[in-house]
Design a protein around this ligand. Sequence first.
Ligand code: G
Ligand code: G
Ligand code: MN
Ligand code: NA
Length: 262
Amino acid sequence: HGLTTALPTALERGEFFIEYQPLVHLGDGSVRGAEALVRWLHPQHGVLGPDRFIPLAEHTGLIVPLGRWVLEQSVRQAREWRELHGGAEAVGPLRINVNLSPCQLTHPGLVQDTVDILERTGIEPNALCLEVTESALIGADDDLLKPLRRLAEMGVDIALDDFGTGYSNLANLRRLPVSILKLDRSFTQSMQQFPADPVDLKIVEGIVSLAHSLDLAVTVEGVETGAQAEQLRMMGCDTAQGWYYARPGPPERLHELALVDA
Ligand code: G
Ligand code: G
Ligand code: MN
Ligand code: NA
């Protein structure tokens, strides 16, 4: 339909833009970085979220140049934040999280494109985190993991996104070159109910303890209240993201939020 025909030229026309949602350290509430979330400002339909066009972009192959564009923009943005903000001594520069689609994982240019972008921008690999969904890595063979391993060896963090929604064998985590688990929003949502489901609480505690024993940090998504943040902090989660802190927004907003607690 209409979106499919408009998609290929949208990148050339500069119709995509990126919003940033802060990643907050649960221990001290400081902003440590942000996740980049792409949007399409469609000339007729207005702002479209990724759910409306990422599947189309994957289907048409546009996801490779689009993903490269998102990565470059986001890394440049991180560079700009650093210039403006410096990065608090103890905390270091703001980090940037970028989502990778499974099609980008199988594209042979991924590692070189990432290296080029980091070099051009002058950002260290450890300021970048690439998010890959749990479902994309289920049953992944070595060929699929190889580029992720190379990136991880360079110092890029790999996060397992939407964790808990797939059916990964927990023991399988050891095999994956990931350093961060992003606990799916559905867990946070089930804690919203009062009283929270005790089984869900146990599951979260179990995931956190397993993650930490494997040296993985835990980020929780979809935190909407201070009470949730406090409970997740007590359960040992490391980093949080959600409307309680901020909705996805323009890069200036992230910079303001980071300055407030610097
Ligand atoms: O912004 P929103 O909360 O609507 O994002 C919905 C989903 O879209 C996110 O969970 C994320 O996985 C996906 N998404 C957002 N930006 C990108 C992107 O640049 N590339 C890919 N592959 N997925 C993205
Ligand atoms: O990568 P991922 O697909 O998880 O992207 C995050 C998505 O979740 C985005 O679409 C974002 O707008 C949405 N989101 C972020 N924070 C919250 C929140 O606190 N509550 C809810 N309901 N959605 C959120
Ligand atoms: Mn994500
Ligand atoms: Na997610």
